[in-house]
Design a protein around this ligand. Structure first.
Ligand SMILES: [Zn+2]
Length: 266
């Protein structure tokens, strides 16, 4: 079996898992996996059970298209993410209920729980609303994901990335779970947040638990320590926690780090 066929089969299996877990329903949500100079992305308007590996569409980062179906309407932000994150091998997008509910409140996921660090910092930002399938939305998503492995899309849903498809799935599932916990906490009171120092300690511990690069985030340990192997991450991008709330992103105050690879200069 060629690597491309294996990637497409894994993508369809992941799509069906998202459906089975209730993170996506019907034809909502989509995912992609990097393959060479492009990606395989799920087709638009098709349910998980109706999607076959051959229905995936190949999109080159340079704009090339190959496939018998039309790609997901959100292909813009998938491509933009791969362009700015050379270390990302998969992108998962869901309309999962709890992450979407938080996004509909235009709220970021703050450091109310230590596992927020699974996304690479002390928050999961919520980017402002833009019409789905537009370059305007893709720019905001790519900007937010320069510094995180997940972000919320206001009035829309969640995007998670990983070095592998399993890693991106792990992040998506965790952020959905954390969003549910946060909403339940908010129903009682605004939860106090962990300090920057406490989150730095968590991130440091996560690095300690990290697995070799090939394992990726799929090697999340039983101790709930995400394997945030960052072999492809330049040292300058070491995960020093910052207070980068969604509000900061919305106001355009988020730090703009240099592109991490030549791929960013498309
Ligand atoms: Zn969507």
């Amino acid at each position: 079996m060629s690597e491309s066929v294996a990637l497409r089969e894994a993508a369809v299996a992941a799509l069906r898992r998202l459906d089975a877990l209730g993170l996506n329903r019907g034809s909502s949500g989509n995912l992609s996996v990097r393959d060479g100079a492009g990606m395989w992305i799920t087709p638009t308007g098709m349910g998980a059970d109706d999607t076959a590996p051959d229905d995936l569409v190949w999109l080159g980062l340079d704009g090339g298209v190959r496939g018998r179906c039309k790609p997901s309407s959100e292909w813009h932000f998938h491509r933009a993410i791969y362009a700015v994150r050379a270390d990302v091998g998969a992108v998962v997008h869901t309309h999962s209920v709890h992450a979407s509910a938080l996004a509909c409140l235009e709220r970021s996921l703050p450091a109310f729980h230590y596992m927020v660090a699974i996304a690479g910092g002390d928050s999961v930002p919520c980017v402002p609303y833009r019409l789905f399938g537009t370059p305007a939305l893709s720019r905001l998503v790519a900007e937010a994901l320069r510094e995180r492995d997940a972000c919320l899309l206001a009035h829309h849903g969640l995007v998670a990335v990983g070095r592998t498809l399993a890693g991106a799935m792990k992040v998506a599932l965790e952020i959905e779970s954390l969003s549910e916990a946060y909403l339940k906490a908010l129903a009682v009171a605004e939860p106090p947040l962990l300090s920057a120092a406490q989150m730095a300690e968590v991130i440091e511990r996560f690095h300690h638990y990290g697995q070799p690069a090939a394992a990726g985030a799929a090697a999340l340990s039983a101790a709930h320590a995400p394997a945030r192997s960052r072999a492809a991450t330049p040292p300058a991008r070491a995960r020093t926690p910052r207070r980068a709330s969604g509000r900061a992103v919305r106001r355009g105050r988020a730090r703009r780090p240099r592109p991490r690879s030549s791929a960013a200069a498309r």
